[in-house]
Design a protein around this ligand. Structure first.
Ligand SMILES: *[C@@H]1O[C@H](CO)[C@@H](O)[C@H](O)[C@H]1NC(C)=O
Ligand SMILES: *[C@@H]1O[C@H](CO)[C@@H](O)[C@H](O)[C@H]1NC(C)=O
Ligand SMILES: *[C@@H]1O[C@H](CO)[C@@H](O)[C@H](O)[C@H]1NC(C)=O
Ligand SMILES: *[C@@H]1O[C@H](CO)[C@@H](O)[C@H](O)[C@H]1NC(C)=O
Ligand SMILES: *[C@@H]1O[C@H](CO)[C@@H](O)[C@H](O)[C@H]1NC(C)=O
Ligand SMILES: *[C@@H]1O[C@H](CO)[C@@H](O)[C@H](O)[C@H]1NC(C)=O
Length: 430
């Protein structure tokens, strides 16, 4: 769900008036929401964008409103921006409950342009890779928990060569115990975030609910006016300055392929309570049809079924029933156990829950893109910059705002700015 610019403008006004909420179609920590169709643990869901023909969304993927894509055999998916409101974004139609995601991509160069590859849940947990088009020397990792954007000290910039001019493999390994980010291999993570890392506030801010995978390219700084406007200044600095749309300038992020493995049982994932805790997440496939990864079953191909959920063809699955498709909230099977605990309970030796790594400061060769946690940015306004940076990262994915102020959540100035920024860049995705 995405706002039109007109809507965004209206909402922006409302925003400036005071109060809004971070946007999600339905936040299961606040009310009862439809369940999430899960890819499931049958087999990886792979998409080779170099073999997609036409411009429709490939099987298992959904376009954000306003998104147009093209595909070619050399570069795969082309996330092309040619106007300041461009924000091509695609997301998986289904969710994963822990698992691995690996993509081969080339982020978009260009001052003011931000490319992103993120995992995001209905209650706004988030695991991010982001690239600033002005920074060819590093890639940013980040995370958020339950939509909490009150701190922006979680981003780390990892030095890599040709961050936005070269192809790399970017991996995320996500379990209930840790998140690991890898570049170009699955051996040495560039970052490990343990569940109990201090920045997760005793795990409460650790990403742990069913996630969709989203890929997108957007404008972090639209023009000189945005750079001058106090509300967008911080993000503009973070993005390296205004993007240029002179002449026929355009900016493309390319993605050749992506491989997604869901560690969960598939079926329908539901939040059995409002804690947003991993052990509250239930799968309708618990039991017979779960864990039998050898079985050619069900969930494996359900990725192609998109909305039709759990093609749990293996009829046996007790209660997984057919009820789930319409997004009813209670698809959990009788006697279901927790999804989360499967296959993820062991922490590899290298993954000791030391917090050291997670807080390491990556040095960056790019301009103005040092580790935000230090606040020692080159941009003078340390705090503002880092706020904007982290925030905008959140806003990329977190379609900020909604006109519905049902929530009484009050936001501070910084957050309002952040949300305004989210709107300002027109990146309002669902
Ligand atoms: C949000 O995060 C901040 C800083 O990490 C923390 O102090 C605060 O308690 C969190 N808020 C909630 C509601 O968890
Ligand atoms: C974590 O930190 C240790 C010691 O500080 C270092 O040896 C190791 O390479 C680091 N691992 C990662 C993934 O950064
Ligand atoms: C993605 O493309 C890269 C480069 O062509 C290739 O090495 C890798 O095996 C591909 N991955 C998948 C899952 O197809
Ligand atoms: C994720 O990758 C790790 C490391 O390669 C592997 O041990 C684990 O089984 C994978 N998990 C899934 C769900 O594919
Ligand atoms: C659920 O567990 C109860 C008690 O252990 C048992 O009587 C019942 O048959 C189980 N139901 C299913 C569907 O397995
Ligand atoms: C980033 O930090 C490193 C080390 O702290 C410093 O040498 C470098 O000048 C900084 N770069 C910017 C752009 O601030």
């Amino acid at each position: 769900m995405r706002f039109t610019i007109a809507t965004a403008t209206a909402v922006l006004s409302a925003l400036q008036a005071a109060n809004a909420q971070t946007f999600t179609a339905c936040d299961p920590t606040k009310k009862t929401c439809p369940g999430d169709s899960g890819i499931g643990n049958g087999k990886p869901f792979n998409t080779d964008f170099t073999s997609v023909s036409g411009t429709d969304a490939p099987t298992g993927w959904t376009y954000a409103d306003g998104t147009t894509m093209s595909y070619d055999s050399a570069n795969g998916a082309n996330f092309k921006i040619s106007t300041k409101t461009g924000a091509p974004t695609i997301s998986t139609s289904q969710y994963i409950m822990f698992g691995n995601v690996s993509t081969y991509a080339k982020a978009s160069p260009g001052t003011g342009i931000v490319s992103s590859f993120i995992l995001e849940s209905d209650d706004l947990d988030e695991i991010d890779w982001e690239w600033l088009g002005s920074n060819d020397g590093s890639v940013e990792s980040n995370f958020f928990g339950k939509g909490n954007v009150t701190t922006y000290d979680r981003a780390i910039y990892h030095p890599i060569s040709q961050a936005v001019t070269g192809w790399h493999t970017y991996n995320i390994e996500w379990t209930k115990d840790y998140v690991k980010w890898y570049v170009d291999d699955m051996v040495t993570p560039v970052r490990i975030l343990a569940y109990d890392d201090p920045k997760t506030i005793k795990g409460t801010q650790f990403p742990q609910t069913p996630m969709k995978i989203k890929l997108g390219n957007w404008v972090g700084c639209a023009d000189a006016a945005a750079a001058a406007d106090p509300k967008t200044q911080g993000t503009c600095q973070w993005a390296g300055g205004p993007a240029s749309f002179d002449g026929s300038a355009s900016y493309s992020m390319y993605v050749k392929n992506i491989s997604i493995s869901d560690a969960g049982c598939g079926g329908t994932y539901t939040y059995s309570d409002m804690t947003g805790s991993f052990d509250s997440i239930k799968s309708s496939n618990e039991g017979a049809s779960c864990g039998s990864s050898s079985s050619p079953s069900s969930s494996a191909d359900s990725s192609s079924a998109a909305s039709s959920t759990t093609a749990s063809g293996t009829a046996s699955s007790t209660a997984s029933a057919s009820t789930v498709s319409s997004g009813t909230t209670t698809a959990s099977a009788p006697n279901s156990t927790t999804t989360a605990s499967i296959s993820t309970s062991t922490v590899p030796a290298g993954a000791s829950p030391s917090s050291g790594n997670a807080t390491a400061t990556g040095s960056s060769s790019g301009s103005g893109s040092n580790d935000t946690s230090t606040g020692s940015g080159s941009t003078g306004t340390g705090a503002t910059t880092s706020n904007a940076g982290g925030a905008s990262s959140s806003s990329t994915s977190t379609p900020q705002i909604t006109a519905n102020s049902a929530s009484s959540h009050k936001y501070g100035t910084v957050e309002l700015v952040v949300m305004a920024l989210g709107l300002g860049v027109g990146y309002l995705v669902m």
